[in-house]
Design a protein around this ligand. Sequence first.
Ligand code: PLP
Length: 426
Amino acid sequence: MTYDYQATFLAARAALKAEKRYRVFTEIERDCDRFPVARWHGPNGLSRDVVVWCSNDYLGMGRHPDVVKAMVESARTTSVGAGGTRNISGNSHAVIELEKTLAELHGKEAALVFSSGYVANQTAIATIAQLLPECLILSDSDNHNSMIDGVRRAGRARAIFRHNDAAHLEQLLAAADPDRPKLVVFESVYSMDGDVSPIHAFCDLAQKYGALTYIDEVHAVGMYGPRGAGYAEEVGAMERLDIIQGTLAKGYGCFGGYIAGTEALIDAVRSHAQGFIFTTALPPPVAAAARAAIEHLRNSQSERDGQRRQVRRLKERLAAAGIPVIDNPTHIVPVMVGDAALAKLASDRLLDRHGIYVQPINYPTVPRGTERLRITPTPFHADALIDQLVEALGEVWDALDLPRGTTVLEKAQFATAGSVFPPAGG
Ligand code: PLP
């Protein structure tokens, strides 16, 4: 008898369902002219308008007229695809221009674009560590899956330090051979709790113990710093970091990822990174659009101001309504449910009864018992929409008998940078 492949796949699905963490994707059709409203497509041809409250197009740049125009013009005048890998025939002018813009944005000598932020981390971390003989990688315990994968692929020794814990990082650095190359890998804004890392403290330690620093600014670029260069720019630490990684897919509303660093480092990664070399380059229209988004946010503060205002307003309203939210200094509003099944029920009820779309976040994206609704207000979530959301959450909390009160996770208290979203009157 041959192996029953389908039975294995069905059993894998059944196991996820039994654990209440089978993922159901929500089908939406975004609408440039009505952002953050989108068309939801449900079963049996059902469809309706919903307000999207969980998009990572944090500033609505994916629909910005300059960004759309840059993409359409580039597609019309160059082509939709790159036509090859960078090595063969896809080394497009638009991508080169984008890399120059990114290097300049981060104050680095050079930058390198990848297919996504995920691929950038996975490939760059592995390649950099492999280039450094006997490299010890020191990685924050809450790092994103793409960074963990990069660390694993490196095949080098690794030490995990407690999330945002500079004292623990120092212990690990001090225990290592002073002559050994070391790479400290961490994020600036952590996407699920919305807390921020002590960048200066980590840079001080890297300097003291002769380590390189690699920061993931995926949830910060576009939104922090006077030119949108990220949280490191916000706290005046950009020039202290050796490698800055980011995405073009969230604050910039497009697609693709990158790293920025010295010319020598970028050239070494360009020449050795498999996930860069053996794949078709970023489409020129995507590169052109991303560059337009970066240029716009470099010169315009209104999106950042608008987002901060709406975030602050939502946090105040939620606190007043007793809806539990993790306290943090960023644009991410994690509303805590603490149970996978209830988080799904809350999300379904928001959609069915209130026309509000917020995806539930479950294990393994967050630890079990910390299941949540992750809300991300944009500058386009008007005051009336905020009022409607808070009222809807109140109804859902009552209907599902969910606990009220404010939640402050201990880990959020490690944050050292001043809040850019101070409480009312703060
Ligand atoms: N790094 C972090 C911290 C992320 O949260 C994500 C995705 O959400 C990525 C990297 C991957 O970026 P991208 O979506 O551009 O692949």
